[in-house]
Design a protein around this ligand. Sequence first.
Ligand code: PGA
Length: 257
Amino acid sequence: MKKFLLGTNWKMNKTLAEGTDYTVNVSEIITKYPQFEFFIIPPHTHLWKLKELLDSKKSALKLGAQNMHYEDAGQFTGEISPVMLAEIGLDIVELGHCERRQYFNETDETVNLKTLAALKHQLLPLICIGEKMSDRNYGISKEMLAKQLKVALKNVSADEIGKFWIAYEPIWAIGVNGIPAETPYVEEIHDFLRSVLIDLYGPSGKDVPLLFGGSVNINNASEYAQLTNVDGLFIGRSAWEPDLFEEIMILVGDVVK
Ligand code: PGA
């Protein structure tokens, strides 16, 4: 049976010492919740150490990076390549988070190049898409999301299904100023994204894991988790303390099939 996905991007938070404590704690906690597949996405500087730590504990907690370049190597000061991430033995690389798009010129086209590079190096791309509030107000959310999804997945074949995940994160729902999305809206968009994936891949489009993110918290997590086309939750702030994260595990654990 497919496990429900539950994970967190730390963004630019936690020192290595704090991140190590968190990881030790969370890798203990998750042993109580076998119905989930868990992942954490720390800053790049923490990845080697946390990978060694997780391996030494034989932890089921998956580890990912927050970004990478699409070239294997080259004159790209400050960037990290897929080869370098693969050398650590990471499971996941997050691509196209809205903060990368907003502050660091990430585009649908670079997300596509990075997706292809990740797959080439056996990293699982966690591709983030999301519309702005102005898109929603103009009634063009679905058009914007279909475009992001189709460009990101250009030249990604049906053989890769299961090796990439999609996270829908409405930009207006993310972060401290975010407004949590209404559950019926999340349902409508996830159903729509599923139909786009089926258009692209045929019936196997049903097997692409679709996560939801953006102000997921103890008040809304179990409602989102019950939606047919929500296969996981991608959480920021509400998972940055192990005990708060565990509250979400308990609530969602009660409702996932
Ligand atoms: P948030 O972040 O849960 O703190 O809103 C979500 C995200 O950016 O993925």
